[in-house]
Design a protein around this ligand. Structure first.
Ligand SMILES: Nc1ncnc2c1ncn2[C@@H]1O[C@H](COP(=O)(O)OP(=O)(O)OP(=O)(O)O)[C@@H](O)[C@H]1O
Length: 833
């Protein structure tokens, strides 16, 4: 095996074994990877890790064939000099996501996928790997099982507590103290019994009692300290886990959320995190205490009678075998139980969030039954857990009792023959009981720890999942050093900022290129707005490229964009969409329902990446840009905007508040009241929201409920528009954002918006069915069949009798007219279409 292939092989193995999976056909991967660059390999490593972490069963043949395709494409990519490895990596990422989804479907569709992945196939493959025989592996259609781990290693679980090791050490010290103080008790009882026959018995009794009183006092303090320290440690572990988990969730790409429910994710944050934390800390302490009890009990037993100790320990091997069996079964059930509970919570969370819909359809009974079914499933698994726990604990108890009986019988015989005192036998029996308690408690702690592994697996699944965006960001960081200098030059030339600014920007670009830590690339800032209002800030963020575009409106370009949603990879939405919007141009986007108009916005904001082709903002491929910066540039108003519970002012200021927080994180949360009231009002006026807001009792400080509860649909839309405008974007992406308004208000709001777009010279991509907007737009683009079928001025498109636009408007009009009473027809025909 050549050194490159060996490196590729080692890489893939590392990526895969990290997630405890069984990979096959190493040599196949090696063959392809020899032609890949180091960077591509590292990208792909991330992708494979992500796919593995997400679980499912992936078909190796898919992976192999796609790797080959990637190899072919690589030659093409090499020719296209302006494209970086980043795109290649990203394509690989997307493909792996698709394979992952296929794998998930295969896993859910039946046991065949599972069956195909036999240990035999794995081992035979490892054999082929050792041989490094590419041809034999290529011919094979073996499967390669990406298995979601049922559990994580106990070692990894224990590592969660490492940052709190001091507290934990305190708790352990307290635990040891309390365990040792109580371990002296049986010895003291034996001595007391034997003292009754001694000459100075009373004196001995007094002395022993005094020592015991002291030990008990120390033990009581130790118990209190242990409980306190353990609780605090548990809470700290839970806090850290939740923060890490939430942060990992926020980092995930949008398709991650398409495939998972809110309830399930919230369940991981709440139940799983606290279960892991509590079980971890409680059981670590309990396990330590049990170990001390067990070991010291054995020590005392050996000290009192080695012969009798042998009798009492003869049951231990049988018990250990029981523990091992129980562990395997309990781990699997524990994971199933958590999954079932999460599914039940998902139903509850979704139905409670949509309680109005449930009521309107009088579906309470249906939902109760649905939830009941889920909970019954949970109960069924919990019942099985209870049964095996019961059997396990019962067997443990029986072992302990049998061992005690053996001690009493055999020890009694020894006392009878005079080879042991009554006191010693009493002490021995008590230590034997302690041993039983210690072993039972140790095994129970192990059992709990095993169950925690199941919950932890659900948490690590998210924590370990590398996102497409993260992969791209990492790649961007690598390529940014060169790109920043290039971009600064390009944009300063593009901008009207003048020679002075240009030279300053170039200076900074040179500085930046000199800077080894080019994550901190600073670029020129010709933006005269106050620091807090800048959207094209020169501030360096950690990831991607930040352009110094200042007031200059950006160009937006869709270049041969192909796209299918990751959750439905087989349904193409865009099939080579091309559209170039000039800086400061207002483009109206028209198309049938479901044609992919909103998808174009999603791609522009980089909530998804195209499968092929590129979206460019201000001349740069989106993958090269810092995603947060990009999103701050674009004011998006979705068709059904979502508001958060809080004041109206806080909702309007949301984007800017987030920006400020990112830039001055130390300042803690900025409240809306600290933000500029006048500007806020201007944004609301432009959105046509000021009038109704000022009529509310608390005006801008009026509190609204979750998802804007307490406001009408039209009011929510207007606040969302104000939120987008207050954000100070350089581009606007509006998605039928006035559809909930009455015609008069809508025209008023649209009028304001058009004025703002013109005044601020915003580049705008407005999805609409409204003729006034199409007329006002510089250009109308028509989307059909995943393509831009025509574009141009409204006046010219509408006059083309064979064009799409007239047909589309006509069919819209006809469907509206046929649905309305005759009296409205004339008005609608002349007013709207
Ligand atoms: N998250 C998603 N996952 C999978 N498919 C999706 C997703 N979002 C949208 N789609 C599908 O993509 C297609 C285009 O959706 P999109 O929302 O872009 O259409 P649209 O043109 O904006 O429609 P409308 O005018 O009705 O809002 C639709 O067929 C839709 O079912």
């Amino acid at each position: 095996m050549s050194s490159t292939r060996l490196a590729a092989h080692l890489w893939l193995r590392r990526a895969v074994t990290t997630h405890a999976c069984r990979p096959v056909l190493w040599s196949e991967a090696g063959t392809w990877l020899t032609s890949a660059t180091t960077k591509t390999r590292s990208r792909l490593a991330g992708s494979v890790s992500a796919a593995l972490a997400s679980g499912g069963t992936l078909k190796w043949e898919h992976l192999a064939s796609h790797l080959r395709q990637q190899g072919r494409s690589l030659a093409y990519w090499r020719q296209a000099s302006e494209r970086t490895f980043l795109e290649r990596g990203s394509l690989a990422t997307r493909w792996l996501e698709r394979v992952h989804l296929r794998g998930r479907r295969a896993a859910t569709s039946g046991p065949s996928a599972e069956a195909a992945s036999t240990p035999k196939s794995a081992s035979s493959t490892e054999g082929s790997q050792a041989e490094g025989n590419a041809s034999s592996s290529a011919a094979s259609g073996l499967e390669f099982r990406f298995k979601l781990p049922d559990s994580v290693s106990i070692e990894r679980l224990l590592r969660l507590a490492r940052p709190h090791s001091r507290l934990l050490a305190g708790a352990v010290a307290a635990q040891i103290t309390s365990a040792l103080s109580s371990m002296a008790f049986p010895l003291a009882v034996g001595r007391m019994i034997d003292a009754l026959n001694a000459v100075d018995g009373l004196e001995q009794l007094r002395r022993i009692a005094a020592i015991m009183a002291l030990l008990f006092a120390v033990g009581a303090v130790a118990v209190g300290a242990r409980v306190l320290l353990l609780n605090i440690t548990g809470e700290r572990v839970a806090r850290a886990l939740r923060k890490d988990l939430f942060s990992a969730m926020l980092r995930q790409d949008t398709s991650f959320f398409d495939a998972r429910s809110t309830g399930e994710l919230v369940n991981r944050l709440s139940a799983d995190a606290s279960s892991v934390a509590r079980i971890l800390t409680d059981n670590v302490a309990r396990g330590i205490r049990a170990s001390i009890t067990t070991l010291s009990a054995i020590g005392f037993l050996v000290y009192l009678s080695p012969q009798l100790t042998t009798v009492s320990l003869c049951m231990v091997p049988a018990f250990a075998a029981g523990v091992a069996l129980f562990g395997r079964y309990a781990r699997r059930l524990s994971r199933q139980l958590l999954d079932a509970l999460a599914a039940a919570n998902q139903v509850a969370a979704e139905r409670i969030a949509a309680i109005r819909t449930v009521r309107l359809f009088a579906a309470e009974k249906l939902e109760l039954a649905r939830y009941g079914r889920r909970i019954d499933e949970t109960y069924e698994i919990a019942r099985r857990v209870a049964v095996i726990e019961g059997v396990y604990m019962g067997a443990g108890f029986l072992t302990a009792q049998a061992s005690l009986l053996g001690v009493l019988w055999y020890g009694g015989t020894m006392v009878y023959h005079g080879s042991m005192t009554v006191g010693a036998l009493t002490s021995f029996a008590m230590y034997a009981v302690n041993l039983g308690v210690g072993v039972t408690s140790l095994s129970s702690a192990m059992g709990q720890l095993i169950r925690a592994q199941g919950a932890a697996a659900r948490i690590f699944e998210v924590l370990d999942r590398e996102t497409c965006a993260a992969a791209a960001a990492a790649a961007a960081a690598v390529s940014k050093r060169d790109a920043v200098a290039e971009a600064v030059k390009a944009h300063v030339q593009h901008d009207d900022a003048g020679d002075e600014l240009r030279s300053s920007a170039n200076d900074r670009a040179k500085d930046c290129a000199r800077d080894n830590n080019s994550h901190q690339a600073l670029v020129a800032d010709p933006d005269p707005r106050p620091e807090t209002a800048k959207t094209s800030s020169s501030r360096a963020l950690e990831e991607g490229l930040i352009l110094p575009i200042g007031y200059a409106p950006p160009a937006i370009e869709y270049d041969d964009v192909h796209f299918a949603y990751p959750t439905r990879p087989e349904v193409p939405i865009l099939r080579g969409f091309r559209l170039a919007i000039e800086p400061g141009e207002l483009c109206a986007l028209v198309g049938g329902s479901g044609s992919g108009k909103s998808t174009l916005h999603m791609l522009l904001a980089r909530l998804y990446d195209p499968n092929r082709g590129e979206v460019r903002f201000a001349g740069h491929g989106l993958r090269k840009l810092d995603a947060s910066w990009l999103r701050r540039q674009i004011g998006i108003v979705q068709q059904e905007p979502v508001l958060f519970a809080g004041t109206i002012a806080a909702n309007i200021a949301y984007g800017r508040e987030a920006q400020r927080f990112t830039q001055h994180e130390d300042d803690a949360m900025l409240t809306a009241s600290t933000l500029e009231a006048n500007e806020l009002q201007r944004a609301a006026e432009a959105a046509g929201a000021h009038n109704f807001i000022s009529q509310l009792p608390a005006g801008y400080q009026t509190c609204i409920g979750e998802r804007g509860a307490g406001l009408s649909g039209g009011q929510i839309q207007r606040i969302a528009i104000a939120r987008a405008l207050f954000h100070q974007p350089t581009a606007l992406a509006l998605d039928e954002c006035t559809s909930a308004l009455d015609l008069e208000t809508e025209l008023h709001v649209l009028d304001n918006l058009l004025q703002v777009i013109r005044e601020r010279r915003l580049t705008a991509l407005v999805i609409t069915h409204r003729v006034p907007i199409m007329k006002a737009a510089d250009r109308v683009a028509v989307l059909a069949g995943g393509l831009c079928v025509e574009h141009g001025a409204f006046s010219s498109l509408i006059q083309n009798p064979r064009g799409m636009l007239p047909r589309m408007l006509l069919s819209d009009q006809e469907s509206v007219l046929s649905a309305r009473p005759a009296t409205n027809r004339a008005t609608l025909a002349s007013g709207t279409a």
